[in-house]
Design a protein around this ligand. Structure first.
Ligand code: PEP
Ligand code: MG
Length: 316
């Protein structure tokens, strides 16, 4: 339709010297597709499927899920759509899926993939619905697991995906152990997507829901940049792509830095896409590499921001 034509007219993301950086959208469901296309998204880098499960007394059935997934896939024929398996718990509580036992620290509790392992039938239904939708569409469907801490968890998820007929399984890198042991995880998973929101929370031990801690949650924290570097290096060891889908990807200067670190795609809230596309188009890959080196060498988020900007002359 009109939105797809518009997206094609905007063109794919790339640095000034033509190094491609696919620019993808974070969405919560079919209702977000129109804005994604209008802002030139080349696909979906993070489909937060939690939204399909919100405000219900039970999980949506397989057919209902299939239609919702198909509605998203059909908007991106030939494009990539990365669907995240249900990420329930902590900041995304679901009424019908509480943690199995009371928890004093839900962010450190049975959430995300841990909760899916406690309720395998929920994951199996979701994966079956995704496989059925993929079979009816021309999009490149990829599935990824939230809150993966170990290579064993990555292997468990990949096996569940294979069993459902979904060969392309990736993992989110949003727990420090996953970044530190990235090469082990890459042996089990086909791709990485770094979730900088949770990775910052766990790296700085700063609850993402506590407003007083936003300075520690700052995605320019040098420790966070270091962990993104570890994830990229571990992925590269196994020839795997490593994208970013946390809020950091939507900051134009930080997007350039992430590309300089070696991140292979960026996914963000749709309204952030045009400014990120413009920032990449004004800088060569080499400038991004220099900006990344300057940011990583800094001692604080403010210094990192300033050091990166000093190396990115094309930023507004
Ligand atoms: C993240 O943690 O960075 C992420 C992309 O996932 P969410 O914000 O949904 O937890
Ligand atoms: Mg997360």
């Amino acid at each position: 339709g009109r939105e797809a034509a518009l997206a094609a007219a905007i063109g794919p993301g790339a640095t000034a010297d033509g190094h491609p950086v696919p620019l993808l959208a974070n969405i919560g469901g079919p209702d977000d597709v129109e804005a994604a296309l209008a802002h030139g998204a080349e696909g979906v880098g993070l489909f937060r499927t939690e939204f399909l499960f919100l405000g219900r007394s039970a999980a949506p059935g397989e057919r209902e899920q299939e239609e919702a997934y198909l509605a998203v896939l059909d908007a991106f024929p030939g494009g990539r759509v990365i669907v995240r398996a249900l990420d329930a718990g902590a900041d995304k509580p679901l009424a019908f899926l509480p943690p199995p036992r009371p928890e004093p620290n839900p962010a450190l509790g049975e959430r995300g993939l841990r909760l899916l392992r406690a309720h395998p039938e929920i994951l199996e239904t979701q994966l079956r619905a995704l496989a059925r939708a993929a079979a009816r569409s021309r999009a490149d469907l990829q599935v990824m697991a939230p809150m993966v801490a170990t290579a064993e968890e990555a292997a468990w998820f990949a096996a569940a995906c294979r069993e459902a007929g979904l060969p392309s399984a990736g993992v989110m890198i949003e727990i420090p152990s996953a970044a530190v042991r990235a090469a082990d995880l890459a042996a089990e998973a086909g791709f990485f997507s770094v979730g900088t929101n949770d990775l910052a929370q766990y790296t700085l031990a700063a609850d993402r829901q506590v407003g007083a801690l936003t300075g520690l949650q700052d995605p320019w924290q040098p420790a966070l940049l270091d962990l993104v570097g570890l994830a990229v290096a571990g992925a590269a060891e196994r020839g795997r792509p490593c994208g970013v889908c946390g809020e950091a990807a939507g900051d134009p200067a930080l997007a350039c830095v992430l590309v300089g670190i070696g991140v292979t795609s960026l996914s963000m809230a749709a309204p952030a896409l045009p400014a990120v596309r413009a920032a990449l188009a004004r800088h060569s890959r080499e400038e991004c590499v220099l900006a990344a080196a300057a940011a990583v060498a800094a001692g604080s988020p403010d210094e990192a921001r300033a050091a990166a900007r000093a190396n990115l002359p094309g930023l507004a």
